[in-house]
Design a protein. Sequence first.
Length: 323
Amino acid sequence: ISLSLSLSLSFPFFSFFLSLAGCPARCVCDEQLVVQCAGQRLAEFPAELPLATRQLILSDNGIGELPALQLNYLADLVYLDCSNNSLSELSESTFGNLRKLAYLDLSFNALARIDARTFGPLASLVMLRMTDNPGLSEIDARAFAENAALQVLDVSRNNLTVLNASALMALPALRALGLSGNPWSCDCQTEDLCLWMHVEDEGQTVCQAPAEMRGRRLSEVGMQLRSECHQGLGYWDYLFFIAIGFVIFSAGTVSAWVMGVLMVLYERYSKRKSEELDSDDEESGAARGGPSNHGNGDLTKPSMQTDLSMPECTAPISLTHTM
């Protein structure tokens, strides 16, 4: 019993030392499973990281890539700081196994775009900082579709000119948003964002273009953009109306043709029915003995002839005048 008790008591210490056995060079690993590699002039992602690492701090180095194979071994990682490095690209597999990650800092890097599934695996992500990436000009509308737990999002001081509002509306837990310092283009492409900002205002977020909008807050131009963007008809609007007109014309033509065919068939049916009724009447009259001649004015029958000739004189009439 004493042996098993001693083993059970020593097991946490054994696992702890096992997890620290691979602490990388120029990094500090402590008993809280925190690996501190900040400011060590690292050009590559550190190797031999403890598998039980919960916090990894890589800020202020020159790391240009996050290798998915090494990073995804850290299944218990909850905090990752990669700020102030040289990261230029993130793939769908970069964070593929980091389902417990709650904090991610990608500020001060060289990111250019964020694809739809880049942050998809991060179901527990609560805070995302992605500021000061001068080349970051595109964030896919579905980039945060699977980050329902996200509460803080900061994409300030990048090169964003447009951002699909649906990417933000899909975040039910969002309570803090940073959009300032971007060269926002306040036109019809950002209409939805401006209207959304009218509700979720973020103080210093202002328009950079066009010239007449420069310096105005996004929350102020939403209604103006709505009225301007829906005054005229665009190319697709005209195509839509042409398609609708063609459908209506085709339906009318087909309907008229069908009605014409039905009318002709009905007329032929009525005519044939009338002829059949007349034929039936003639047959029924013949069956009763032929047509009656009484009262029809037919004087050709012997029974109906009248002798209208004058009577013959049998003796001569005397015309002698008596004196």
